[in-house]
Design a protein around this ligand. Structure first.
Ligand code: SAH
Ligand code: SF4
Length: 360
C-alpha cells in the first residue's frame, strides 16, 4: 500500500487521488509530510508565479443578507448586528482609493442583499469597468440566477467567488437552513463557469460536522470542476450563531490542505485568507509558504469594517488600506516574496473583451 509520502508524490505528478487515498492522506499524514507538502507546493507556485503574491482589494459593500447560513455572523437571524449598505458612489470611492494605492483587482463582496438586484448592481459593475478599464472586477455576491450572472458578466465582471462550502449534500444540509440547497449552489457554479467567468470555489476547513470523507469529497469536486480560484480558510465561530461554541479549524489542517490544493491544481489562484491570519499570528505568511499566492486586503471604509464580521476576532479591522499594503509588503518581503498589484488573471484568461477570455 502507498505511504502518505507516496500519495503526495503521486498527487504532484498526477494531480489527483481517489477518495480512499484522500482519506488516508488527510487522516494519516505526519508532520514531515506536512513540511514536505508545503515545500513542494511552494516550489510549484514559485515555478509558475515566481516570487509574486497578488493583492486584491476587497470592498465589503453590504452586510445585509437574506440567508441564514448557520456559521456566519451576517446571517439574517443575528438581530443584534448593526446593518449597513454602501451607496454606489461610496463603492466607487473605495475602488478609487484602491486604484490610487495601486490595486488592479477589486473584489466586491457582500451578503445577499435584495437592494443589489441587477437594477442596481449592473450599473455599479459597468461604472467600475468604465472608470477603471485596466482593472479586473471580481464579484462575491452569493447565489443568483443565470440571467443575473450573465448580465453582470456582460456589464464587465471578470471573476466570481462562490465557495461551494462542502461537496457533500448531507453536510451542506447541516450547515444551512432548509431554504438553501446544495443543488442550487452547484447550479450557480456551473452557470458561472458556462458564462465565462474565472470561477472561485472552496470551503471552510474544520466546519462543524465536517468529516475527512467530506474533505475528500471537496478535493474530488475541485479536481473535477477545476476552479481558477480556491477560497479556503479555517472555520472560526461567531458568538451570535448556532455554532458559537464549536471549535475553529486548525492552522495545521488549513496549511496542509492549501498545499494539497496547490499540488492538485498547480495554476490555481489561492488566497491566504484573512481567517487564516486570524487563527494564528503570521497565518497568511505561513499560507504563502504552504503554496498560497493571493492576499486580499480590505478597502472597506474603516467605519464599516467592524460590522462585516463573518466570524469573531477578525484582524485588520482598524488599519487603513495603505497601512495594510505597507504591512503586507513588509511581511511578504520578510519571507522572500514580492506583492504585486496587477490584474493577475488565471492562466488562459485575459482582460475583459479579450478573445481569450472564455478560453479555459
Ligand atoms: N454572501 C456571499 C459572500 C460573503 S460570505 C457568500 O456567501 O458567498 C464569504 C465566505 O465567508 C463564505 O463563502 C464562507 O465560506 C465564509 N465564512 C462565513 N462564515 C464564516 C466563519 N464563521 N468562519 C470562516 N469563514 C466563514
Ligand atoms: Fe449571507 Fe454569505 Fe453569510 Fe451565508 S455566508 S449568511 S450568504 S453573507
Amino acid at each position: 500500500m502507498d505511504t502518505t509520502r507516496d500519495l503526495l508524490v503521486r498527487l504532484e505528478a498526477e494531480h489527483e487521488l481517489s477518495r480512499e487515498e484522500w482519506i488516508n492522506l488527510i487522516d494519516n499524514r505526519t508532520n514531515e509530510d506536512e513540511s514536505y507538502a508545503a515545500a513542494r507546493a511552494r516550489d510549484v507556485a514559485r515555478g509558475i508565479f515566481g516570487d509574486a503574491v497578488y493583492l486584491r482589494g476587497i470592498v465589503e459593500f453590504t452586510n445585509i443578507c437574506k440567508n441564514d447560513c448557520l456559521y456566519c455572523g451576517l446571517r439574517r437571524s443575528n438581530a443584534g448586528q448593526h446593518r449597513y449598505r454602501l451607496s454606489p458612489e461610496r463603492i466607487l470611492d473605495c475602488c478609487e482609493s484602491g486604484y490610487e494605492l495601486g490595486f488592479r483587482t477589486f473584489v466586491l463582496q457582500g451578503g445577499e442583499d435584495a437592494w443589489f438586484a441587477d437594477e442596481h448592481m449592473v450599473p455599479i459593475v459597468a461604472s467600475i469597468r468604465e472608470r477603471f478599464p485596466d482593472c479586473a472586477v471580481t464579484l462575491s455576491l452569493g447565489e443568483r440566477s443565470h440571467e443575473s450572472y450573465q448580465a453582470l458578466f456582460d456589464a464587465g465582471a471578470d471573476r466570481y467567488l462562490l465557495r461551494h462550502e462542502t461537496a457533500s449534500a448531507d453536510h451542506y444540509a447541516r450547515l444551512h437552513p432548509a431554504d438553501m440547497s446544495f443543488e442550487n449552489r452547484m447550479r450557480c457554479l456551473v452557470d458561472l463557469r458556462e458564462i465565462g467567468y474565472q470561477v472561485g470555489a472552496g470551503m471552510m476547513v474544520g466546519s462543524p460536522f465536517q468529516t475527512t470523507a467530506d474533505l475528500a469529497a471537496d478535493m474530488l469536486f475541485m479536481a473535477e470542476f477545476r476552479p481558477q480560484m480556491v477560497g479556503m480558510g479555517p472555520f472560526i465561530p461567531h458568538h451570535a450563531t448556532p455554532f458559537a461554541d464549536r471549535q475553529p479549524g486548525t492552522l495545521a489542517d488549513t496549511l496542509f490542505l492549501l498545499s494539497c490544493v496547490r499540488l492538485m491544481l498547480p495554476n490555481v489562484l489561492l488566497p491566504a485568507t484573512t481567517a487564516l491570519g486570524t487563527i494564528a499570528p503570521g497565518g497568511r505568511e505561513r499560507g504563502v509558504l504552504a503554496g498560497a499566492n493571493v492576499i486580499m486586503p480590505t478597502l472597506t471604509p474603516t467605519e464599516n469594517r467592524s460590522d462585516y464580521l463573518l466570524y469573531d476576532n477578525k484582524i485588520c479591522i482598524t488599519d487603513r488600506a495603505e497601512t495594510c499594503i505597507g504591512c503586507m509588503s513588509r511581511c511578504m518581503a520578510s519571507i522572500g516574496y514580492r506583492v504585486v498589484v496587477g490584474r493577475g488573471d488565471a492562466p488562459g484568461f485575459g482582460p475583459h473583451g479579450d478573445v481569450s477570455r472564455k478560453g479555459n
